[in-house]
Design a binder for this molecule. Structure first.
Ligand SMILES: [Zn+2]
Length: 266
C-alpha cells in the first residue's frame, strides 16, 4: 500500500462527509456551505471534533452529544463508501484518458466519483437528479477534456470534441429510449434527469464508454428488478431509481476501462 492510497481514502471520507451535507440540505433548499452543521433535533452547533468523518460517529456511539438523539448510520456509511470509491481511483484505468499521467486520472476520477455518488444517493432517496448537479457535472466533464486539449496540443480540440459528441449522444439516445419505452409500456419509464445524467457520463467516458455504461445499467437494473420480484421485495410496475444504476455503471466503466466490457459483450 502506498502513502497516496491512504491520502486518497482520507480525502474521500471527507468528501463523503460533504456529500452528507449536500444530500441533507439540497432537498430542503438550504445553502450547502453555510452555516456549519448542527444537530437536526436540538439545533446545537456541532463542534469540529464531533464532526470528523466516520470516527466521530463511533466516538459518539451514533448519538448527539447534547440531546442524545440518534445520528443515522447512513452518515458514516456514505463517508466510508466515498472513501473507498475515491481510493479505488488509484487503480483506475479510464480508456479515453489512458495516455495521461496517473495523477491527472486520479484527480479527474475523484471529481467524477463525488458527482456520481451524490446523484446516485439523491435518486435513490428522492427519485431526483437535480439539474444543478447533472448539468454542472456535464460542464465540468467537458472542461476537464478541454484542459487536456489546451495543455497538450493547443488548437487541436480532440478530447473536448469527443467529450461533447458523447454527451450529445447521451441526450439523443435517452430521449429515443424513453420514446420507445413509452410506446411499449404506455407510461414514462425514464425521466429527463436520466438523459442529462447520461450526457454527463458521456462527457467523462466518451462515446464507447457511454454505450457500455448504458448497457451495463440496463443489465444491472434488469437483474435487480427480476431478483426483487422473485424475492417479493419490489412490486410489479414499481418505479426504480434508474439513475443509481447509470451512476454506478458509469463509475465502473471509468475504473475498468472499455476493453474488458467489449470482450464481455462481443
Ligand atoms: Zn442534538
Amino acid at each position: 500500500m502506498e502513502i497516496i492510497e491512504i491520502y486518497l481514502f482520507v480525502i474521500g471520507c471527507s468528501i463523503g462527509s460533504f456529500i452528507n451535507v449536500v444530500i441533507y440540505r439540497l432537498p430542503l433548499n438550504q445553502s450547502i456551505v453555510y452555516p456549519n452543521s448542527s444537530c437536526t433535533e436540538c439545533n446545537t452547533k456541532i463542534k469540529w471534533f464531533d464532526n470528523l468523518p466516520i470516527i466521530s460517529w463511533f466516538l459518539l456511539r451514533g448519538k448527539c452529544r447534547a440531546c442524545k438523539s440518534k445520528i443515522s448510520l447512513s452518515y458514516p456509511i456514505v463517508a466510508l463508501s466515498t472513501g473507498l470509491l475515491v481510493w479505488l481511483n488509484f487503480y483506475s484505468n479510464p480508456t479515453i484518458y489512458s495516455q495521461l499521467p496517473a495523477l491527472i486520472i486520479i484527480i479527474y476520477g475523484t471529481i467524477l466519483c463525488s458527482i456520481l455518488i451524490t446523484l446516485a444517493i439523491l435518486d435513490f432517496k428522492y427519485f431526483w437528479l437535480p439539474q444543478a448537479i447533472t448539468i454542472g457535472g456535464l460542464i465540468v466533464g467537458i472542461s476537464c477534456s478541454l484542459i487536456i486539449d489546451l495543455s497538450n496540443n493547443f488548437g487541436q480540440f480532440s478530447y473536448a470534441l469527443y467529450s461533447i459528441t458523447a454527451s450529445l449522444l447521451g441526450i439523443v439516445l435517452f430521449y429515443l429510449l424513453s420514446y420507445v419505452g413509452f410506446k411499449i409500456f404506455n407510461k414514462p419509464v425514464m425521466g429527463g434527469g436520466d438523459a442529462k445524467l447520461s450526457a454527463l457520463i458521456g462527457s467523462w467516458v466518451g462515446i464507447k464508454g457511454l454505450l457500455i455504461t448504458i448497457w451495463l445499467a440496463f443489465v444491472s437494473a434488469g437483474i435487480f428488478v427480476i431478483l426483487g420480484l422473485l424475492l417479493k421485495k419490489i412490486k410489479r410496475n414499481e418505479r426504480i431509481p434508474f439513475g443509481v444504476f447509470l451512476s454506478f455503471s458509469g463509475l465502473i466503466v471509468w475504473y475498468f476501462g472499455n476493453e474488458i466490457f467489449l470482450k464481455l459483450i462481443f
